[in-house]
Design a protein. Structure first.
Length: 211
């Protein structure tokens, strides 16, 4: 079983864990495990320059801050992005689809890393050393940067989808199970971008088939 770090973060993320391994170290994180609609997106980041100021866990940053850091991270790092679409999520479940996206993000890097730091409590199956870090986006600046890349990438995708499916308000809820999303699901039904393996969507499909 891959090693895990479970200490409670007491500082802003830094490069200490990267220095422990040495070489090219990728930080890996995902966005979108919980929504009812849309893909799950993972990012892998290897800094080759000085990380831009202000990087933190994407959940602690305002949308404008994430957008501002997005291009700055690309300028200072090698970045890989992996996307697991809805069909794959429904086929192999969200856990395995997330790990597939993480593997794809690492494969998309311009340089193969010597090791990977993974946000979470389990590592995907990789051919390089890896370490799972609970609250890793608060510990490793590379993971924090990956969380920003994944979040901004997915948010942009959901905003684009929202223009075609306006009742679901994905530009606001990003596919999560908010009240307005639930109301639209009841009124307008299930779209091709909904995760049919997720209970609220599955229940709506059962209602439609029983009608």
């Amino acid at each position: 079983m891959p090693p895990r770090t479970t200490q409670k973060p007491t500082r802003r993320p830094d490069l200490a864990l990267q220095r422990k391994y040495g070489g090219l170290i990728a930080g890996v994180d995902e966005a979108g495990r919980g929504p009812w609609a849309g893909p799950v997106v993972a990012a892998a980041v290897i800094f080759h320059g000085k990380p831009p100021a202000g990087i933190n866990d994407s959940k602690k940053l305002a949308p404008a801050e994430r957008e501002n850091l997005f291009s700055k991270i690309f300028a200072a790092a090698h970045v890989g992005i992996g996307i697991a679409p809805v069909g794959l999520i429904d086929e192999i479940n969200i856990y395995h689809a997330t790990h597939r996206a993480m593997c794809d993000a690492i494969e998309a890097l311009a340089f193969a890393p010597n090791a990977a730091l993974i946000d979470g409590n389990r590592c995907p199956k990789l051919d390089i050393p890896s370490e799972a870090l609970v609250s890793g986006d608060a510990l490793s600046i590379s993971i924090a940067a990956a969380s920003i890349i994944a979040k901004v990438t997915r948010d942009r995708m959901m905003t684009e989808l929202a223009s075609t499916f306006p009742p679901y308000r994905w530009e606001r809820n990003k596919g999560y199970g908010t009240a307005d999303h639930a109301s639209a699901l009841r009124e307008h039904g299930v779209t091709l971008h909904h995760r049919r393996s997720f209970r609220p969507v599955w229940e709506r499909l059962m209602m439609e088939s029983a009608a």
